[in-house]
Design a protein around this ligand. Structure first.
Ligand code: PLP
Length: 371
């Protein structure tokens, strides 16, 4: 039977996958305001608020901090499109699908990519990363995913940033899943370009990519011999709109930005520390219950795993297809595995407002009906 797009039941689902997460009423309400012009001074005030609030959440003083129009992948493209010049040696520490994507995107923009791959479910150790960096001369860029959504593993960004700090290397971090769910300190960790998405711990629908560029990154871009190959993502053109001169570049997705602004305010009202603690508490609550089931953790015990996304190896007694039965009957979304883990793992997310112990209880109660 065809679904009726006016049926409210379609929209009342608990999203416990790897994103999107559920969107609070406040954000939906903000998005439903009537549209105003992207060149209206009232809208510029909203853009200024967004930039200031984003700086607090990224923990940065970078002036160039705003939201790119497009999902998290647009942020990834913007990072590499702007920073890479032909044959720039680019080292990507890749521990899953999104690390692989970074390497792919970097090579499409002309980078000479060295991709260091880690087995899925394991994390890089800082000592091995330092050795790898030292073994490559003339490195221009180092890139890594903070929270690898395909596996549920967490990479040691702080230590890597400290190591790169005094080097003439641009440090790019993908924080699509980690942003506002676990600590991230752009300035203290010497990150030069950091981008995220909206549909994970921010609980804003997909469609924007918050991003920040350090002075060091902007200086490298300033010295480019050739134009940035993407017109849409050219950071200098975008800065002309987002910073003082307010020159039209493209029509900003006004209502998405209304919702995004509200999402950032919600984070700041709760406070980052309280938000991180809430994610940790829910993560521990979930892990304690999982230990008494036949599921096992996909991320090796000796490595750090994500508080907002649990990746679980399915026991023989549970078929992957059960996810779709749970979605249909219980209206709970659970994520499946990507790439070679398809059919083998589940990814269960408790992101932003969904990080509540009662959602863990709802998940296990639904599961009990089938096993
Ligand atoms: N990077 C990471 C770590 C992600 O988890 C995702 C999406 O899940 C992306 C990049 C791409 O984001 P999007 O799907 O919003 O384009």
């Amino acid at each position: 039977m065809e679904s009726d797009s006016n049926d409210p039941a379609i929209f009342s689902k608990l999203l416990l996958g790897p994103g999107p997460s559920n969107v609070p009423e406040r954000i939906l309400k903000a998005m439903s305001n009537n549209c105003i012009s992207h060149l209206d001074p009232d809208f510029f005030e909203i853009l200024d608020q967004i930039s200031e609030n984003l700086k607090q959440l990224f923990k940065t003083n970078n002036k160039t901090t705003f939201a790119i129009s497009g999902t998290g992948s647009a942020g990834m493209e913007a990072a590499f499109a702007n920073i890479i010049e032909k044959d720039d040696k680019t080292l990507v520490f890749s521990s899953g699908l999104f690390g692989n994507r970074m390497a792919d995107v970097a090579s499409r923009y002309g980078g000479k990519v060295i991709e260091i791959k880690k087995q899925w479910g394991k994390n890089f150790r800082i000592e091995e990363m330092k050795e790898t960096i030292d073994s490559h001369k003339d490195l221009k860029i180092v890139a890594i995913v903070h929270a690898e959504t395909s596996t549920g593993s967490l990479q040691p960004i702080k230590e890597l940033g400290e190591y790169l700090k005094s080097r003439d290397i641009i440090f790019i971090v993908d924080c699509v899943t980690s942003f506002t769910g676990i600590n991230l300190e752009v300035d203290n960790w010497s990150i030069d370009i950091c981008y995220s998405g909206t549909q994970k711990c921010l609980n804003v629908p997909p469609g924007l990519s918050p991003i920040t560029f350090s002075e060091k990154a902007l200086n490298k871009i300033k010295k480019r011999k050739e134009k940035v190959t993407s017109w849409y993502l050219d950071i200098n053109l975008l800065r002309n709109y987002h910073e003082e001169s307010r020159i039209y570049h493209h029509t900003a997705p006004v209502n998405m930005l209304f919702g995004f602004n509200e999402g950032l305010k919600i984070c700041l009202e709760e406070g980052l520390q309280a938000r991180f603690s809430r994610h940790q508490k829910v993560s521990k609550y979930f892990d304690d219950i999982i230990k008494s089931t036949d599921f096992s953790f996909f991320v090796d015990k000796e490595y750090e795993s994500l508080p907002m996304l649990k990746s679980l190896v399915l026991p023989e007694s549970i078929r992957d297809e059960l996810r779709f039965e749970i979605l249909k009957n219980d209206r709970i979304e659970i994520g499946g595995g990507l790439g070679h883990t398809k059919g083998l793992i589940w990814r269960v997310g408790f992101m932003g407002c969904n990080a509540e112990t009662q959602n863990v209880d709802i998940f296990f109660k639904a599961l009990k009906n089938y096993v």
